[in-house]
Design a binder for this molecule. Structure first.
Ligand code: SUG
Length: 431
């Protein structure tokens, strides 16, 4: 059973405005110059690498930004440019929120339960409400529209609306699935915020949201477990900054989970072949794990082995790389290959290789039922690269977001992208 990765194509308004409190990289780079073009090309190169490793690869589109509809909900009126001009004059910070390209991090688009885990034998997806951060809380309608289009064959898929915003849900970034292989029934681990976060940063995932998603999906073997408060305090605003799972393998920092011993014992009993590969604090400090994004890697099943797709930042920290080389050299570990990708533009906003993709294990039959306009091959990747070169700005600072030129460029880029993919705006509920 293959795993489809849907990567978020980085949008033409990608910028650094320091919008995500508790995300250290994003806070550090507030106000810096970004390159939307480079960001999108880096993402496309990663998609190409994973495709060449033999996995099916798809994409989710950047959302229509700046989000004029959202600004209208906030009381700005008139034609689009008047709405934007009024927001720019009155509250440029709000315009930055409305312009965020954060939908690129598709690990936060939805939580996915593959068919072998669910009561009705379909793949279930619940779109994340991303309620904790204002710039992300307006993503869900755009995500829902795309997922409903891509996965509209109800024989195989059920796409659910977000859980009510009272309970913050950040999607697959706080969800792990452990199973002997993609096609076997698995244990789904829903990682949520601890009951009392005394630390400086918010816990974004509510336990009630996690429980609701497991309930709606009809997950037969669900485990709920809290994040370690010290991991959140160290900058792990999502669990996927300190843990990743694939098949029966959990790769994690030893301080990722508040109830580590109980979790590992449970997985040991319930998942045939369960293997934990843990980084001890003595080799990799929690701080270095967050700086390097070592665990925000894609752990992929390839014929007879697993490969890890890591950010360049992990390669550049000597202690991290030494630990990884030891992991790969140990025959007891199933991870045998390391691939390094440059996704620095995304990393500066706290998004590594794993944040940029939503993975969906699905049967060949179900894969054939996915709308092909969301799937990639070499030719489409070439065409997308050319489109990005042509339409995406090479540089952007947050102050540019108030410029009408910037809005016009974003609009032109969107028209060209939808045209290339053959998707009519009306299919996404847009005028
Ligand atoms: O929600 N950064 C994102 C990064 C999301 C990473 N995703 C996963 N870990 N799966 C966030 O914190 C920064 C935007 C800014 O500051 O402009 C931002 O939203």
């Amino acid at each position: 059973m293959p795993e489809l990765n849907l990567d978020g194509l980085v949008g033409p308004t990608h910028h650094y405005a320091g919008l995500a409190y508790g995300n250290l990289a994003a806070m550090t780079h507030a106000g810096a110059e970004s390159s939307p073009r480079r960001a999108a090309l880096q993402g496309l190169a990663k998609m190409r690498l994973v495709m060449r490793l033999g996995l099916p690869q798809g994409l989710l589109l950047p959302h229509d930004r700046p989000n004029v509809g959202w600004l209208r909900q906030l009381g700005f009126a008139g034609p689009d440019d008047e709405v934007l001009a009024a927001a720019a004059a009155e509250d440029p910070g709000l315009l930055a929120l409305a312009s965020s390209a954060s939908a690129m991090w598709t690990a936060n688009a939805a939580t996915v339960s593959p068919a072998p885990d669910t009561a009705d034998g379909r793949v279930h997806l619940t779109v994340a409400n991303l309620a904790t951060m204002p710039h992300r809380a307006h993503e869900w309608p755009g995500t829902l529209a795309q997922l409903r289009l891509a996965f509209r064959d109800s024989r195989f898929f059920a796409v659910h609306e977000p859980v009510p915003a009272a309970f913050g849900d950040e999607g697959a970034a706080n969800h792990l699935r452990l199973a002997p292989d993609h096609g076997a029934s698995g244990v789904e681990v829903f990682v949520h915020g601890p009951p009392d976060v005394a630390g400086p940063f918010p816990a974004r995932q509510s336990r009630r949201a996690s429980a609701a998603v497991a309930r709606r999906h009809g997950v037969r073997h669900a485990l709920l477990t809290p994040q370690a408060p010290e991991a959140i305090a160290a900058g792990a605003f999502h669990n996927d900054v300190v843990a990743v799972a694939n098949g029966p393998v959990l790769l994690a920092h030893e301080r990722a989970f508040a109830e580590r011993n109980r979790l590992l014992a449970e997985l040991e009993t319930r998942v045939p072949g369960f293997t934990a590969v843990e980084a001890p604090e003595a080799r990799v400090s929690l701080g270095d794990a967050v700086t390097s994004y070592l665990f925000n890697a894609q752990l992929l099943s390839l014929p007879g082995r697993m490969a890890l797709v890591l950010p360049a930042e992990a390669r550049e920290m000597a202690s991290i790389w030494r630990w990884l080389e030891d992991v790969v050299a140990d025959p007891a570990n199933p991870i045998h290959e390391l691939h390094v990708v440059d996704v620095r533009e995304s990393m500066r906003n706290g998004g590594g290789p794993a944040c940029l993709r939503l993975r969906i294990a699905l049967s060949e039959e179900a894969l054939a039922a996915v709308d092909p306009r969301f799937l990639l091959d070499e030719r489409r990747l070439d065409a997308l690269e050319a489109l990005v070169e042509r339409h995406w700005p090479s540089r952007l600072v947050p102050a540019d977001l108030v410029e009408p030129d910037c809005w016009a460029a974003a609009r032109a880029a969107r028209r060209a992208l939808l045209g290339l993919l053959g998707i009519a705006p009306a299919e996404l509920g847009e005028a």
